[in-house]
Design a protein around this ligand. Structure first.
Ligand code: PRP
Length: 211
């Protein structure tokens, strides 16, 4: 039997909708994939083996070929800038990356910007000719302007609830974000037919749900 195709699946937020996409595409993926503490879950009936990864690490596993394909947010793809093929916009986990601040924010000289996305944020302000000091944080980014760590943040906005509950406002939207299907370059060459078939099956679900 051929090797199972290794799929790096993000744990957490995106996981449920990603697993659902595979199920809708006809892959017999167990619904409780994430409930187990197992990190490698073979599903031979689907020809797939799921690797349960921290979302930010998905492009790394795929770039190095530890996984053949993966599911990951565009925010992470932009920040990580890994050498992978981006095959398909899955249309799930729709949100946007934005510049956020307090409602009375006034531009000042060399302001600080806190973010989980230092690369994207630095590029964004550089392209606008704005000099800023970027501070990397790993979560609860909205705290930064509230406690004086930074004047602004670059972070994700989905429902906007976190902003409202913390008295913050969206100052500029940077880029719309959805999850993507990515592939390792060598896997795509060696197992192109299989990967393309999976991509086509997922794409028809995406098209169907976007109608
Ligand atoms: C994300 C993001 C925002 C929030 C946006 O944080 O960083 O804080 O969700 O969602 P909303 O617009 O629907 O409120 P996450 O919950 O992933 O945790 P984090 O603070 O650890 O990044």
């Amino acid at each position: 039997m051929a090797d199972l195709l290794k799929v790096a699946m993000p744990k957490g937020r995106i996981h449920k909708s990603a697993a659902k996409l595979f199920q809708q595409a006809g892959y017999p993926v167990p619904s409780d994939l994430e409930e187990s503490r197992k990190l490698i879950i073979p599903v031979p009936e689907a020809g797939l083996e799921f690797i349960m990864a921290k979302p930010v690490d998905v492009p790394t596993y795929v770039e190095y070929g530890a996984a053949d394909i993966g599911i990951v947010g565009k925010d992470i793809l932009l920040e990580e800038n890994r050498d992978v093929y981006e095959l398909l916009d899955l249309g799930i986990a729709r949100c946007r990356m934005s510049v956020i601040g307090l409602p009375d924010y006034k531009p000042e000289l060399n302001p600080r910007v806190a973010t989980k996305y230092p690369r994207v944020a630095s590029q964004y302000f550089r392209e606008r000719g704005q000099q800023v000091e970027v501070i990397k944080l790993n979560g609860s980014i909205e705290l930064a302007p509230l406690i004086g760590l930074a004047e602004r943040i670059v972070d994700m906005v989905e429902t906007g609830r976190t902003l409202v509950e913390n008295g913050l406002v969206e100052l500029e939207a940077i880029v719309p974000i959805t999850s993507r299907l990515i592939a390792n370059r060598v896997s795509f060459r060696m197992r192109g037919e299989e990967i393309q078939q999976l991509c086509d099956r997922l794409q028809s679900v995406v098209l169907e749900t976007s109608k």
